[in-house]
Structure formats: C-alpha cells, structure tokens
Design a protein. Structure first.
Length: 149
C-alpha cells in the first residue's frame, strides 16, 4: 500500500470521527426532543382522558339532578293542585254551599230546614230554593235572581 492510500484512509477516518463527534450530540439532542415530545403526547392523552371521564361523571350527575328536579316540579305541581282544591273547598264551605257535608246522618233531623238539609234546599242559601234557572227567595215573595256562579 502506498503512502497516499494510507493518508487517504487516515483522512477519511478523521473526517468520519469529526462527523461523529459533531453529529452525535445533535443526534442525542434530537433523540431527547423526540422522547420529550412522546412524553408530552402521553401526558396530553392521559389528562384529556381524565377530563373526559370527569365530564362524563358530571354529565351523569346533571342528568340525575334534572330527573330529581322534574320529580320535584311534578310534586310541587301536585301540591299546588291540592292547595287550590282546598281553597275552592274552603270557599264552598264559606258560602254555605256544602253545609250538608258538615252533619252526620243521625243529625239530619236536627238540622232540618237549614242549608244543611240538601233534600229541601238543593244546596241553595238559607231561605232560597233552586227552581230551574233561578233562585226563588221564599222569604220575600215575587223576587227572583239569576243563577249565581
């Protein structure tokens, strides 16, 4: 082998060594960056999965809360209807239109002739009798009124 070939091989070896010396740190840095990117991607996936799971749980809790609210709204509506019914019943009793409900069967004779005697007055106020479309005032002859509502 000639000296020129040995020098050429040596120069190529030195160039390869210099290339490795300069390229190796860059390759290591690039490998670290790629590894960090992979780690960040994994963390992102993990955190997004946790957030999705939390969102799913909250959605389920919201659905359950909506169901409870609907039930409560229905119960409130039912209670309002009950309250309205009791208000109407109170008004009927205040007007004396349900006096017959206030006495027992064994007391019918005792309250005969009053508004509680539904058979005689047909639920009309004291002294008035329902006849067709009008109340007739039996205490004052000749007076008639249109049906009260």
């Amino acid at each position: 082998m000639s000296t020129a070939v040995i020098i050429a091989i040596a120069i190529v070896g030195v160039i390869v060594l210099l290339g490795l010396v300069f390229a190796l740190p860059r390759m290591r840095e690039r490998s670290r960056v790629l590894q960090r990117n992979r780690e960040l991607r994994e963390r992102r996936q993990q955190v997004s999965a946790e957030h999705r799971h939390e969102a799913e749980l909250r959605e389920q809790r919201a659905d359950a809360a909506e169901q409870r609210a609907e039930i409560a709204a229905r119960e409130a509506h039912h209670e309002r209807e009950g309250a309205q019914m009791h208000q109407e019943r109170a008004a009927v009793h205040e007007q004396g239109l349900a006096d017959h409900e206030l006495i027992d069967e064994d007391e019918r004779e005792r309250f005969a002739g009053t508004t509680a005697d539904a058979d005689r007055t047909n639920g009309a106020p004291i002294g008035e009798q329902w006849e067709g479309e009008q109340f007739t005032d039996h205490d004052s002859p000749g007076t008639a009124q249109t049906k009260r509502t």
